[in-house]
Design a protein around this ligand. Structure first.
Ligand code: C5P
Length: 233
């Protein structure tokens, strides 16, 4: 399976984003467009970044009733992104509706993955605030099984849970893992984190890296360090 480093372009304007991407000469990183940038700039920013030759993970984490998710995915399918996602907490029915909506008339569709539990959520908070009594591992394994049952390609989870997901759903089921930090850096608001090198050892397929690259003094060097550690380049 393809392995790659995805940069989370969590910026609030097109200008900032394109200026950031302009720093990468010669190499076209896989880019994640999340809610902040998409809500600021709309579908045009997706078209612009695609036109520049980047692959795109559109991270809008849909979570609504199945009919709304189906129809929204139909609209998103026209944007020609490479990967997009929903929250597994929306249930198997909602995830099935997402697959249906995203599938184009010719049968093709972008990769579709489900968020299990956000990497900023601790087991203690999940149990105390969300009243989910199971362990975080059991919850993630079950959400991943639900995503597989609904026909999705994989899940977003912490790299610490990548092996658990592979055991529950098989080696071909994709793990896309945010919550990446260099060994010598701050955790920010993330909780269930690890380094790019450890994520490779545990079996992540794609790592998603935001602030360690976007807030670095030298983002290109930070991105290359991620690739070196994760892809062993
Ligand atoms: O800056 P940082 O590396 O923490 O960014 C991680 C990115 O991955 C953010 O864009 C965040 O929205 C996203 N994400 C996450 N945990 C998930 C799903 C997505 O951190 N479970």
């Amino acid at each position: 399976m393809a392995k790659d480093v995805i940069i989370a372009c969590d910026f609030s304007s097109k200008e900032q984003t394109l200026a950031f991407l302009d720093r990468f000469t010669g190499r076209k990183p896989f880019v994640k467009i999340g809610m902040e940038l998409y809500y600021a700039e709309g579908p045009e920013i997706v078209r612009e970044i695609k036109k520049r030759g980047h692959r795109i993970f559109l991270d809008l984490k849909l979570h609504d009733i199945p009919n709304t998710v189906r129809k929204t995915m139909q609209v998103l399918s026209r944007l020609d992104v490479d990967m997009t996602n929903v929250h597994a907490a929306g249930t198997v029915d909602m995830m099935r509706a997402a697959v249906e909506g995203l599938t184009r008339e010719d049968g093709t569709r972008p990769l579709l993955i489900a968020v299990t539990q956000l990497t900023s959520t601790s087991e203690e908070r999940m149990q105390r605030e969300l009243l989910i009594g199971a362990s975080i591992e059991a919850t993630i394994a079950k959400y991943a099984e639900n995503a597989k049952e609904a026909g999705l390609d994989g899940v977003v989870c912490s790299p610490l849970e990548a092996q658990l997901v592979k055991t529950a759903c098989g080696a071909e089921f994709m793990t896309v893992t945010p919550g990446i930090r260099f060994a010598d850096a701050s955790k920010d608001d993330q909780v269930r984190i690890t380094t790019p090198a450890r994520a490779r050892e545990i079996g992540s397929d794609y790592i998603v890296v935001g602030r360690p690259v976007t807030a670095a003094d030298n983002p290109v060097a930070a991105y290359e360090r991620c690739c070196k550690e994760f892809l062993n380049e």
